[in-house]
Design a protein around this ligand. Structure first.
Ligand SMILES: Nc1ncnc2c1ncn2[C@@H]1O[C@H](COP(=O)(O)OP(=O)(O)O)[C@@H](O)[C@H]1O
Ligand SMILES: [Mg+2]
Length: 359
């Protein structure tokens, strides 16, 4: 019997559309890998729907029966009757509620195995302050930053002063967002407060980080579990045209907004170091399954590298970085997905063995 994998996509974040594209690849390649696939569409609001793979792939609409989780039942139920019990779930909702542990918490309550990071690692990975601090504790190089929280907004002058003291350019970003939403490169002291206020539109905490001017951006895929993980080759993301950094437009709106150099043109020593750091960060943050780890490299000195962020549910569209990094490493997307399902099933089996009674 084929294993049934429920693929949950859509969601409430600004990355809703990216998730739809990721789900197309994930569903098609899971079928290719020999699974039976159940696509679960989570609209921006309202009930989830069970849609057909062929409708998703052809863009033929996201209609289908409403489904809802049955918490005690460890399954989903269709409106009008009928139980759906996948062998594992594959969340592919990027950003808030999908990548930050919230969806993972629901899946834990359902006791259905799922792919990717658990609740804690997802939440940690989404928070740029906590993930940097944990990485730094493990000796990973990071850039200095200042955090401003919502309750400090009324009297943030001393924090802005401290941030200015780090020198320019500065990068201002919401602490737990993605896709460069709300991110500003600030070159002059006079522009700092406006950038901070803009970032506060998207989050209740804002990070002002020391910038690496014209930073090289190196990305690395990691695949594995806490028991052992491996890194893909490195890629280098080069923003093109008018984009001074890898902003939202360059990511999604401008077809020529970026170029991916595969593998990244680094010396063998620098490439090996970054791959090693990526695995260390993955393990230090308690990740499982997949993650893309992003670094900044000083354009004048490839020995100066800094951890930027970890993405625990990276894009999985046909032109996304994560599957391309693995393809270049010699692992086709269907192989990556098969391994991810196996890791998810193993993690769930391990958890099931834990004692939940007191004796
Ligand atoms: N400290 C920094 N130095 C140089 N560039 C930065 C810095 N921080 C952010 N950037 C630029 O902004 C982009 C988005 O920032 P990032 O921290 O990756 O947030 P997101 O989660 O939105 O992708 C990066 O890809 C990079 O182009
Ligand atoms: Mg990023």
């Amino acid at each position: 019997m084929k294993k049934k994998i429920g693929v949950i996509f859509g969601g409430r974040s600004p990355e809703h559309e990216v998730s739809l594209e990721s789900a197309k690849t994930v569903c098609a390649k899971l079928e290719k890998a020999g699974f039976s696939v159940l696509p679960f569409y989570a609209p921006r609001s309202g009930a989830w729907r069970l849609v057909k793979v062929k409708d998703l792939l052809s863009g033929g609409g996201l209609e289908g029966p409403e489904i809802e989780p049955s918490l005690g039942g460890g399954c989903f139920v269709k409106k009008g009757g009928g139980r759906i019990k996948p062998d594992a779930l594959f969340p592919i909702i990027h950003g808030s509620t999908g990548e930050d542990g919230i969806l993972q918490g629901l899946l834990e309550l359902l006791s259905i195995p799922y792919v990717g990071c658990g609740v804690t690692a997802s939440a940690v990975g989404m928070d740029k302050v906590i993930s940097k601090e944990l990485a730094a504790l493990d000796g990973i190089p990071v850039l200095p930053h200042v955090v401003i929280r919502a309750h400090q907004r009324a009297s943030m002058a001393p924090l802005l002063k401290k941030a200015r003291g780090m020198g320019f350019p500065l990068f201002v970003k919401p602490v737990a967002q993605g896709s460069s939403v709300g991110v500003t490169k600030v070159k002059r002291p006079a522009d700092l407060a406006a950038a901070v206020n803009k970032a506060f539109r998207f989050d209740t905490a804002v990070m002002v980080e020391k910038g690496v001017d014209r930073a090289r951006e190196i990305v690395c895929g990691v695949l594995g579990s806490p028991a052992g993980a491996r890194a893909s080759v490195n890629g280098e993301v080069v923003p093109r045209g008018k984009h001074e950094f890898y902003d939202y437009e360059a990511k999604y709106l401008d077809n020529d907004g970026m170029e991916l150099l595969l593998p990244a043109p680094l010396s063998a020593a620098a490439a090996a170091r970054l791959r090693g750091l990526a695995v260390r960060i993955f393990l230090a943050l308690g990740s499982s399954g997949m993650a893309r780890v992003d670094f900044f490299v000083d354009p004048k000195d490839e020995k100066k590298v800094y951890f930027c962020e970890i993405n625990t549910l990276p894009g999985f569209t046909s032109h996304s970085l994560y599957p391309r990094l693995w393809e270049k490493t010699g692992l086709k997307p269907e192989k990556v997905l098969k391994e991810l399902v196996a890791i998810g099933l193993r993690a769930a089996a391990e958890k099931r063995r834990l004692t939940i009674a007191r004796k």
